[in-house]
Structures are given as structure tokens and as C-alpha cells.
Design a protein around this ligand. Structure first.
Ligand SMILES: Cc1cc2nc3c(=O)[nH]c(=O)nc-3n(C[C@H](O)[C@H](O)[C@H](O)COP(=O)(O)OP(=O)(O)OC[C@H]3O[C@@H](n4cnc5c(N)ncnc54)[C@H](O)[C@@H]3O)c2cc1C
Length: 539
């Protein structure tokens, strides 16, 4: 890990860039933003940059940042709601980060591993099967070759009807059995058959079988990470520090501890738990879309809209932080756990991201462990902390006797953690989103748009920015149609494309939906956000 900041940058200003274009004075629509997470903050930042003053951001919690918030416990350990790795796809996002964070960040080398069969397998899994016992490596390779030559259980990714079949078609039965299927169930808390395959891109994923073979025969390591695969992290205060720094920029616009309880869609009035009401012309909502449609909207709402939204699936997640008084034993960033000897799907050495994540950088380290939950995968909230510690021992992360050096445990349950890209998700969105748009209600963000593939912090912040650009400058919102594409090397690139089924129902957007793929976004070569799914295959 290196201290960030190659160039001296301006520190923490109180205003964004000079306005690009000001709306006509006295002609500003009333804008209400619900949710002070990255989506709402991105929108607010851009509105301020454009010189728009008539907007309010409300959040029911007492702090800004949403799921990208961080918390420091009594022992002095700082925790995120899940290991947040910032792989930005956008130069606009990078500029905001530079402006708000200055030099206050670290630059970290990614080092990710898979733990199974009592050993560490470097990531990506399919290129490193030589680390497995020989008979399992053979099973994986043979399945991969069959799948990639059309002789597998599913003839090709095109024939796959869902994510489960896609896994079989791309990786073959061996890798599916050993890693992809168990791992994905642990992450999503839903069987892979319940997920669609569109969220990873519709194009055929071709894995390099020569490379996989060569690595086994020649006993070569093939890591998907290294010095060129770096990510930034706030020097102090965890992931949430970046979002906290929007506070002074948006001063006077943010109202915390204010919970939206209803929206009268006919009168365009929002009502809050404190008994107040607010009329709006445009409302940006980062509230989970199912909650918005089934519990918050009042007035003439068609049953089909409510029923469709109610079919959206999501998973919850338990974040368990373990603070240990020992020097950190590893340089790893994060690790994936497909096996059932531990409850978590991923563990992050959070203290490796910044020296200020523990009370003493030389004597303490911290592990952040994530366990998913759903009706198909229940979790005992009372015992999850103990199960996590036991799991760390089973998986070889905690050495025998190390348990007594645990000086802090932290537990946070995120009710809405992963928006499940279910098989009927896009059909649901195509019914719900256009109807809302026509009423000035714009649902965006991780759970507002429910598109996992564009729900990392950079995507969601930019969903807010692009929404403002669409409203005032008529620009298309390319992110909510972002689609990953396969390259010859596996799933390794992204194109920004207007989604054909999801997104805005406005004329301009519908027109855009039928256009050919527009110019890619700010940054051509993009990191995949699906790190945790074990599907990336970076050279
Ligand atoms: C386990 C996990 C791991 C992640 N890892 C990464 C990662 O590695 N990299 C990355 O870039 N991103 C990661 N993310 C995603 C990141 O956290 C999200 O992109 C981001 O927080 C979404 O922002 P948002 O504004 O859309 O929604 P949220 O952050 O969910 O914010 C929504 C806000 O709306 C408020 N709200 C809800 N209902 C109401 C109401 N009725 N009234 C008023 N306010 C309301 C909430 O309090 C909340 O503050 C991860 C997320 C999770 C859960």
C-alpha cells in the first residue's frame, strides 16, 4: 500500500466546479432527492455545479453516505458496510474524488484469493487450478474444455436460460461444482438458476482454455491482479469519509433524520414521518424500488406496477468486523470462500487498505467478514458473530489461540445489500420505471434501479449525476444501460449502452434505446464491478 496523491491537489473545497450552465433564474423546478447515499450526493453535487439552488436531499438516517458509510467502534477500529473497493469507470467521478480527498488516500495493490480444500488459490480461479489436488484440477480442466468446445451440459452460453446454466456453459461442470455454484449461492443467497444471465452481458464468454492448460502443465502462476491493478481508499475514516466530505459542499441542502413515508403521485407531494409535506416537480429516489412502489406511493397507482415491484428479489447481509491485537499476518486484500465450513462469502483485510483503520497500525489488524441472508438462506442473528469467528478458524485465517487476541467485534446487518438480478428483473423494471418517470418520480441507484451491474459507488454516484444532466442538458443516462461485454479473454470490458428494457420511458430515452451502441463512457478500459462473483479474467 502506498500513500496516495501523485500531484498536489486542492483540498476539500466548499463548492464544486464553476457552473457549466445555469437554469433560467426564477425558472427552476423544485427537486426533491430522497437518499443521501452516493446517488443522491452525486445528483446534489451536479445540481450545485450547474447553479441550481432549488433542491433538497432528505435521508431517514442521521448521517450521509448510505451503504457507503463507515463507522468507528469504541475500540478505535473503523468498519465499512462490506469491503468497498473503488474501481472507477468515470473521469468525472475521479475528479470529484480528487477534489474532495486531495492527498488523503492510499493506493493499494489488489491481491485476491480463493480459499478451498485447505489451500489458497490465486484469483482468477480457472487460471490457477494447478493449486488444487490433481484429480480436482483434472475435473476442472476437463469440464472447462468440454464447455468451451460445445460438449458440456449446456451447449453454449447462448443456450443458457439463467445464470446457473451460464456458469455450466462457460466454466464447465468441474469449476461449477467446486467453486462457481457454491460461491455464488453464498453471495446471492439465491440459487444461480433464479438469476438472469443478462447482468453479466449477453455476449458469449470465451475463456482461454490454452492458458488454463498451459498454467497446469508448465506449473505457472497466473494472477489476475498485481501492480497495475490498484485501487484508492480514503486515508482516514474508511470508505465513508469520501461521502462525508460532500456534507460541506451541500450545506443547507441536506436534511437528515427525515423519513419519507408517502408520495401522492397525483398531487406530486411527498410526506414525511415528522408530519411535514413537500411538493415537487421532480423527485429522485434511492429508496428500494419495491418499498417505494408497495409502501410509499399513494393515489392512482395501477396494481400491475405494485405487483411487478413486489416481485423484485434482494438479499440482506451481515457485516462482522473482527479487530485483533496482533501485527497483520498477510498482504492479502480480500478472499472468497465457497465452502460451507464458514458462513461468510468474502473476508477483507480492511487494515491493509489504510494504516488508520485500527487503533494501532503496527500492533492491530482487522478482518471484515460478509455473510448473505435471504428466505432461502437464513442466518441466526444472535450467533453470527461467534459463527464468523469459528469460520475464520476453520478457514485458517485465525491461528489456534488467536481468538484470545480479539479485542473488538462489530456487527451490522444491511437489510437491503444485494439487488438480485432475478430472471424477470428486466421485465419488472420495464413495467415500473417508465410509469414512474411519467409522474416525475425518478428511481435511481443500487436499489432504486435494481441493476446490480451498475450499482457500485462510482456507478450510483454517476446515476445521480447523469440524471441531472438528462433533466437539464438533455443528455442520455448511459450508466443505467451499462452492459458488460465479453472480450476474447473472458469477461473483461464494459460498454455503456442504453438498456432496451430498463430505464426511462421518456421519448428521448426510448429513441436512445434503439440507437447503436454509443461511444463508450469516460474510460474505455473498465474494471468489472463483479469482482465478488469470480467471473473476471483480467490479463
Ligand atoms: C456488501 C456491500 C459491498 C459493496 N462493495 C462495494 C465495492 O467494493 N465497491 C463499490 O464501489 N461499491 C460497493 N458497494 C455498493 C455501494 O455501497 C453502493 O453503490 C452505494 O452505497 C449505493 O448508493 P445509493 O445512493 O444508490 O443507495 P444507498 O447507499 O442505499 O443510499 C440510499 C439512502 O436512502 C435512504 N433512505 C431509504 N429509505 C428512505 C426513506 N423512506 N426516507 C428517507 N431516506 C431513505 C437510506 O437511509 C440511504 O442513506 C457495496 C455494497 C454492499 C452492500
Amino acid at each position: 500500500m502506498a500513500r496516495g496523491g501523485r500531484n498536489k491537489r486542492r483540498m476539500c473545497p466548499t463548492t464544486p466546479d464553476s457552473p457549466d450552465r445555469l437554469p433560467a433564474p426564477g425558472d427552476q423546478p423544485r427537486i426533491l432527492i430522497v437518499g443521501a447515499g452516493p446517488t443522491g450526493l452525486g445528483a446534489g453535487y451536479r445540481l450545485k455545479e450547474l447553479g441550481h439552488t432549488g433542491f433538497t436531499i432528505v435521508d431517514r438516517s442521521g448521517h450521509i453516505g448510505g451503504l457507503a458509510s463507515s463507522f468507528t467502534d469504541d475500540a478505535g477500529f473503523t468498519w465499512d458496510i462490506g469491503g468497498h473497493v473503488m474501481f472507477s469507470h468515470y473521469s468525472y467521478y475521479d475528479r470529484i474524488f480528487d477534489r474532495l480527498m486531495g492527498d488523503d488516500f492510499t493506493l493499494n495493490n489488489r491481491e485476491s484469493w480463493v480459499r478451498l480444500m485447505d489451500r489458497w488459490v490465486p484469483y482468477p480461479f480457472q487460471n490457477n487450478v494447478r493449486y488444487l489436488p490433481p484429480e480436482i484440477a483434472l475435473e476442472c480442466l476437463s469440464g472447462l474444455i468440454k464447455a468451451q468446445t460445445g460438449r458440456g451440459k449446456i451447449a453454449s452460453p447462448d443456450h443458457a436460460r439463467n445464470f446457473g446454466e451460464f456458469i455450466d456453459a462457460v466454466f464447465g461442470e468441474g469449476i461449477a461444482r467446486v467453486f462457481m455454484r457454491p460461491y455464488n449461492f453464498k453471495v446471492w443467497a439465491h440459487e444461480p438458476e433464479m438469476l438472469n444471465k443478462a447482468w453479466i452481458g449477453e455476449r458469449v464468454a470465451t475463456l482461454d482454455i490454452d492458458r488454463a492448460l498451459r498454467n497446469v502443465v508448465l506449473q505457472k502462476d497466473d494472477f489476475g491482479w498485481g501492480p497495475n491493478n490498484q485501487f484508492k481508499f480514503p486515508l482516514f475514516g474508511g470508505t465513508g469519509e469520501f461521502y462525508r466530505r460532500f456534507g460541506p459542499v451541500l450545506e443547507g441542502h441536506v436534511q437528515l433524520n427525515r423519513s419519507l413515508v408517502s408520495i401522492d403521485v397525483d398531487r406530486k407531494v411527498a410526506s414525511f414521518a415528522d408530519g411535514t409535506g413537500e411538493p415537487f416537480d421532480h423527485l429522485l429516489s434511492a429508496v428500494p424500488l419495491d418499498v417505494l412502489c408497495t409502501k410509499i406511493l399513494t393515489g392512482e397507482v395501477p396494481a400491475r406496477v405494485r405487483e411487478a415491484a413486489a416481485r423484485l428479489l434482494h438479499s440482506s447481509a451481515h457485516m462482522v468486523g473482527i479487530g485483533i491485537r496482533r501485527p497483520c499476518p498477510s498482504t492479502k486484500s480480500w478472499m472468497y470462500f465457497p465452502e460451507d465450513n464458514c458462513p461468510f462469502y468474502r473476508v477483507t483485510y480492511l487494515s491493509n487498505y489504510s494504516p488508520n483503520m485500527t487503533p494501532d497500525k503496527d500492533r492491530c489488524y482487522s478482518l471484515l467478514c460478509e455473510t448473505s441472508e435471504s428466505e432461502f438462506k437464513p442466518v441466526n442473528r444472535d450467533t453470527i458473530v461467534e459463527e464468523t469467528i469459528q469460520g475464520l478458524e476453520n478457514a485458517g485465517l485465525l491461528e489456534p489461540g488467536e481468538r484470545r487476541d480479539i479485542i473488538s467485534t462489530w456487527h451490522h446487518r444491511a437489510d437491503y445489500a444485494y439487488p438480485t438480478p432475478s430472471v424477470d428483473r428486466d421485465e419488472i423494471l420495464s413495467q415500473v420505471i417508465p410509469w414512474l418517470e411519467q409522474r416525475g418520480i425518478h428511481s435511481r441507484g443500487r436499489f432504486g434501479m435494481w441493476k446490480y451491474e451498475v450499482s457500485n459507488t462510482d456507478h450510483t454516484l454517476m446515476q445521480g449525476v447523469e440524471w441531472v444532466n438528462h433533466l437539464f442538458l438533455g443528455e442520455p443516462e448511459t450508466t443505467i444501460g451499462l452492459r458488460y461485454q465479453a472480450t476474447g479473454d473472458g469477461l473483461d470490458g464494459a460498454v455503456h449502452e442504453r438498456a432496451r428494457v430498463a430505464g426511462s420511458g421518456e421519448k428521448r430515452a426510448l429513441h436512445a434505446a434503439t440507437d447503436p451502441i454509443p461511444t463508450p463512457g469516460d474510460i474505455d478500459e473498465a474494471h468489472l464491478s463483479e469482482e465478488e462473483l469470480g467471473i473476471t479474467n483480467r490479463p
